[in-house]
Structures are given as C-alpha cells and as structure tokens.
Design a protein. Sequence first.
Length: 425
Amino acid sequence: MNILLLGSGGRESALARKISESKRCSHLWIAPGNGGTDAYGTNVALSPLDFDAIKNFVAENAVDMIVVGNEDPLVAGIYDYFENDGVLVVGPSKAAAALEGSKDFAKGFMSRHGIPTAAYATFTAETLEQGKEFLATLKAPYVLKADGLAAGKGVLIIPDLAEAQDALAEMLAGQFGESSRKVVIEEFLSGIECSVFVLTDSNGGYRILPVAKDYKRVGEGDTGPNTGGMGAVSPVKFADAEFMDKVEKRIIIPTIEGLRKEGLTYRGFIFLGLINVDGEPKVIEYNVRMGDPETEVVMPRLASDLVDLLEGCAKGDLGDIPAEHDPRAAVTVIAVSGGYPGSYPKGKEITGCLTPADSLVFHAGTKKDAEGRILTSGGRVLAVTSYGDNLQDALAKSYKSLADIHFDGMAYRRDIGLDVINYKG
C-alpha cells in the first residue's frame, strides 16, 4: 500500500515510524515532513492545505491512502474533497470535523447526546454584556475559549472576574481573528487530565488506543504560559479499568452513536481531552486527530499494525482488527528552543547523539540544510521517548538521552510524569 502522510511535527514523526514498520506499507511519503522524517519515508514539498497539489501527487504516485496528521486540512474538508476519487482518507468529513473546528458545536453535540462536560454558554460581540453577566454567576477561575481553531492559544483561564470580563471583550473584538468571533465560557473543572484516543470507522466499530497524559505549561510545576506540549506519559495510573469503563460507556459509545445519529461521517482518530473529577470522567474538548506530544508515547505503545487499523477505518469496517497495547510504559520529553512559547531563534545546529540506544528521537521543529546538518526550525524541536518497566524507568532513560543532545538555547522540563507517578487517588 502506498501511503501519503500529511504534516511536519513530532506527531507525524511518530506516525511515520509506526506506518513504516508495517509490512503493508510499500512506500510512505510525508508532506512536507521535517529534518528527521526521511528516516521513515520520502519527504515531499507539499502543503497539507493545497488539496489540488495533493490530488495531482496522489494520481502521479498511485497513492492508496492519505493519513492526515493535523486538524487544519480536516476542518477545511480534505475528506470531502477526495471522497469520490478512489483514494482512502483517514479522518472525519468537514461537518464532523466541527467537533474540533467549533467549540460551540462540540459543546452542543455533547449536550444533545448526554455526554458529561462542563456547564457552558456561548456569546458574540452582540451579546457581550450577557457574557459578562454570565461570568459573574460562575466561581473563579474563569474559562474562556475561542470558538474556532487558534493554534492552541485560544483558551484562557483567568482567576479574576474583572480581568475575565475584559478578556471576553478583547476576544470578541478579534483578539484571535475569526476564531474568537464566538467565545465559549465554561465552568472551571478541578481534577487531573488525561487524553483518550479512539479509532472509529463511522459504522459503529471502534478501538481504544493507549491512554496518555500531556503537559502543556512551559515551566516545571505546571507554571508559565501554555505551549503545544512539553511532554507526555503512558499509561496513566488513574485511568484504571473502572475509570475507563465509565469513559467507554458514558463518552466513547455516546460520541460514536451521536455521530451516526446526526449523519456525520467519521473515519479516523477521535481525541478525547478528559478530566477526572473525583473519579468521574468529563470531556474538556474533542480533537479530530491525534494529539502532540501524546502521539509520541501512544504509537510506541500500540503493538498492532497501524496500517491495518487505518485501512479498516478508512474503508468503514474495522471488523476484528486488533489494537493491542504494549505493556511497557513510555515517556516523552520535549526539547524546545530558548524563548518558546514566545519568540525564539531558528537555525541552531543540533549536535550530539540523535540515535540513542535506549530512546526514540522524534523530530518536530527541525530541518536539514544543504550539507545535511540538522537545524532547529520551530519552538518544539525534538521529542525524546523511552520505554521502561514503569514510568520512572522510562523517564530516567529519556533524560539520560537528552543529556547527550545539544543546541544553543535548548530547554526542557525535568518533572514530566511526576504527578502520575506520585498519584494517590
């Protein structure tokens, strides 16, 4: 099977590695890829949003299946664009991708299908004053979410009411462009979060992938601004059999049934951002693709053939295709550029051991220059993932491998996974 993977981050590096390991994969292209993805296939200079160029490439190279890494092409309708072209596409239709493309749609969907989530209301510039009044009915802190895609920056958690009311006005005035023309205000939920990933075939079939937890704040102790993710761990201690039974019955099955009832075609990954509130799971958000950096621990812990699973989803028939989990723990730690998530330099040479014996190094914000040197090209540069008999063992291996990698300004958190390791319930 000839496969085209769209994307360029650490998530796509982890997907590329797993796809390339399959005996079903004849050739893998990654568009556009990064400085490390050519270890798993062929990088091609295509934008994931240039559907016409992708269509030409698919025809010229006899591509059998397109795997979409990030959300933008899905929200823009890539599934619908190729629906009648004879190529399989892993992902939801444009209408179903609104689960991530519109926070208001997602909350309404959960409400319609009885899926547990935080209480909420949606406001526009015309209803700003009502929004300020609604904030005053809530307890601090206050959660404000831009309705549309905002590159992970559209969620604000604010401790002060007056500040939250001012922030609402700024968002509705265009702080995040069109994405914040609507703003969803939610009650704040207190608990510990985790990420659950499901593959579904749009015909009732689904498989639950290994559960992960990621770390968004740039600083240790979950301090500082939000990032795209500073690390991830899997498995998650508190996501035990009892908790996951609740997740499956109360969230996964109602989500899949809800999509079917509303006639929404969905053949791919569903990301459930969950919070454990005193043992009860609630949905924080849906994403319509794998998360990053969670993919960098989930894919190594998937023991089954990913291509079989993706093909089953894309064809609408998962049948009895297994999704077995590797019993080992996995931890990924992200090495970032100095200054991230603010402004940061690019083009710094990466030296040291990028192929350590005890770890996997997934490239994210990297590129190769004409001389073959690996340079930084983004804020999140590398994801260093290790297996272990437990999280402590895996964590130690990742930090040991990171100690042998160098670039100017390199930084990473040294407390990834400690909250899960020390979790008492």
